[in-house]
Write a protein that binds this ligand. Structure first.
Ligand code: ADP
Length: 585
């Protein structure tokens, strides 16, 4: 292996079998600016004000340093105390002005940055909410969270902080370099010989820094994804005695992050001292030349001292421009991940001419030759399925696991659109109806009910905006949870805990039924409403369920004999097709 290859190996993170989160496609910096600048545009005035303040700060620094020349040449060398007074006053004035400006600059920059973050996050979150359930299923929640939080901050750093840092560094370079030339152009030229060398060194490392930064971000997405997944399934993990394996998985992801971190450290570890060495060489060279300039009368003692000070000050902005590469690439990596998410078009959207349905509909539900393949799946989950459920009818859907029952039920609320055929409600293709009005008419009750951490009252009232307390209570009575809630010390205001964990499984289901009562959709789709409960809880659920279904067009996935007994028709699905297609019409 060549020494070059050795170095390359040393600097790159080890390849890890971490394939959890795909690397987002690379996006050019200009593209990122183009896409996210619109979020910053409303604050343009403030951004320019911030930049103006930012430029003023190093100008004041330069003046302050210049005062030191006057101290040496007019006060110290001639030992003239009186001359100190105006200089001291100037120092105080500049310090005060500097403090005011840097406060203003900090304040404006933070305000703009936070507003930008707020806007981008809200936009991204709204976008995520528009994605279809299928699309969200394919993504990992932890990864989505990382994109919404850290990656969005990275864009802010890329667009605003990096801009500010860059402008500030360039302003410093301009002011300090100008001061050098004003003091002694010959010495200044000599001193700046080292700058190009410095630039070349930094360029060489930027590619590596970029790679390390992207790898770091990608791997941290994987870590949150793994932790999120396994913590979500904590009970399952423990019952399966898989804690060890989960810890190992977490460890692997962590080790991958560590490797990326170490690689990035190796890069900066090499880069930093190298830069320091070049600085030192330059400094010594300048000092030697400076002594010569002093003896030839080209510079005063004060002039030489501030020259060296300016020069030292010049390195830091140059260095920060170089290091900015690091931040900018980390930020760009975040931006790429956000863009990848933003560019995922919602699979299910209102057609341009979609009309709202006037509710309530009669409740005629049809599948017309529906074929549906889940995104990424090899075979269709439903093949040419036709089905007609008449208003008020109760159809039970049975069949083995994987037959396509859930897929069918989700198509009725348009979590996805079939590749062939159509789903229709009251004779309208559901794609010609606005999504909002479709979902106002067709309710879906899942086995795993989503219950946010609210009070029982709020959770039930979520069924419909503006539901009154009386309606909530009536629904709770109909669902058979009124007695349970009324017996609680806080009554209906009792918090139900995240995911409704403070309630028993059966109570959660009945709460969900109460919510469905409040929602009061003419069409109802239920996915295994009685599965997974003990016998007592199931029995208590039957009556409320029956009451809920009464008078509504209902499609219920079930294997429960009691529910099947109520059904007007029982249809069986197998391998994505109906066993008896004629019965379905
Ligand atoms: P059932 O409800 O009858 O158990 P499903 O409708 O859940 O059946 O699944 C039908 C088929 O579609 C299965 O082969 C399943 O693997 C597949 N499937 C279900 N959901 C998805 C998904 N989100 N992505 C890819 N394939 C899926």
């Amino acid at each position: 292996m060549s020494p070059r290859e050795h170095l390359r190996r040393f600097l790159r993170p080890k390849a890890h079998d971490s394939r959890l989160v795909e690397q987002a496609p690379a996006v050019a910096a200009l593209e990122i600016v183009r896409r996210f600048w619109p979020f910053a545009r409303p604050y343009k005035k403030w951004i320019f004000l911030g930049l103006a303040l930012l430029i003023a700060v190093p100008a004041i620094d330069a003046l302050e340093i210049y005062l030191f020349k006057l101290v040496v040449d007019d006060v110290l060398v001639p030992r003239e105390v009186a001359a100190l007074v105006p200089i001291a006053l100037a120092y105080l004035g500049l310090a005060l002005l500097g403090a005011v400006l840097s406060f203003g600059d900090d304040y404006v920059a933070t305000w703009v940055g936070e507003r930008f973050l707020l806007d981008v996050r809200a936009h991204l979150y709204a976008h995520v909410q528009r994605l279809s359930a299928d699309q969200l299923d394919r993504r990992r929640v932890g990864d989505l969270l990382a994109r919404l939080t850290g990656d969005v901050s990275a864009i802010e750093r890329f667009l605003l902080s990096a801009l500010a840092e860059g402008v500030s560094a360039i302003a410093k370079i301009v002011f300090f370099a100008a001061a050098l030339f004003i003091l002694s152009w010959k010495l200044a030229l000599a001193a700046l010989v080292v700058a190009p060398a410095f630039y070349l060194v930094s360029r060489r490392f930027i590619g590596l820094v970029k790679h390390a930064a992207r790898e770091k971000r990608r791997r941290s997405g994987s870590l949150t994804a793994v932790a999120e997944e396994s913590l979500n399934a904590a009970q399952l993990t423990q019952t399966l005695n898989r804690q060890g394996a989960e810890v190992q998985r977490f460890r692997t992801e962590n080790a991958a992050i560590m490797d990326a971190e170490m690689a990035s450290t190796r890069i900066s570890g090499l880069f930093g001292p190298l830069v320091g060495f070049i600085e030192l060489l330059g400094g010594l060279l300048v000092l030697a030349l400076g002594v010569w300039a002093l003896s030839s009368g080209d510079l005063t003692l004060g002039g030489l001292l501030v020259f060296i000070t300016y020069l030292a000050q010049l390195y830091s902005p140059i260095r920060s421009l170089g290091q900015m590469g690091n931040d900018v690439f980390a930020a760009a990596a975040g931006a790429e991940r956000v863009l990848e998410l933003l560019d995922e078009h919602p699979a299910v959207v209102d057609r341009p001419h979609a009309r709202p349905l006037s509710r309530p509909v009669a409740g005629l539900v049809e599948l017309r030759g529906v074929t549906y393949t889940h995104p990424g799946a090899a075979v269709p989950a439903l093949r040419d399925v036709s089905l007609c459920v008449r208003p008020g009818e109760l159809v039970a859907l049975t069949g083995p696991s994987g037959a396509g029952k859930s897929t069918l039920s989700r198509l009725l609320v348009r979590f996805g659109d079939p590749q062939a055929g159509a789903v229709a409600l009251d004779g309208h293709d559901v794609r010609d109806i606005t999504l909002a009005s479709l979902r106002e008419n067709v309710g879906l009750l899942l086995q795993d009910t989503y219950l946010p951490d609210l009070s029982a009252r709020e959770a039930i009232a979520q069924g419909r905006e503006g539901a009154t307390d009386a309606e909530v209570e009536q629904a709770a009575r109909a669902a058979g949870v009124h007695d349970v809630l009324a017996a609680l010390p806080e009554g209906y205001d009792a918090p139900i805990g995240p995911g409704g964990r403070r309630l028993s499984g059966g109570q959660r289901r009945r709460l969900a039924i109460a919510r469905a009562f409040v929602r009061d959709t003419p069409v109802l789709v239920l996915d295994e409403p009685t599965t997974g409960l003990d016998e007592g809880a199931r029995d208590r659920l039957l009556e409320p369920l029956r009451a809920l279904m009464a008078g509504r067009t209902t499609v219920v996935i079930t294997h429960d004999p009691a529910v099947i007994a109520w059904a007007d028709r029982v249809l069986e699905l197998r391998d994505g097709a109906l066993i008896d297609p004629a019965r379905a019409l």
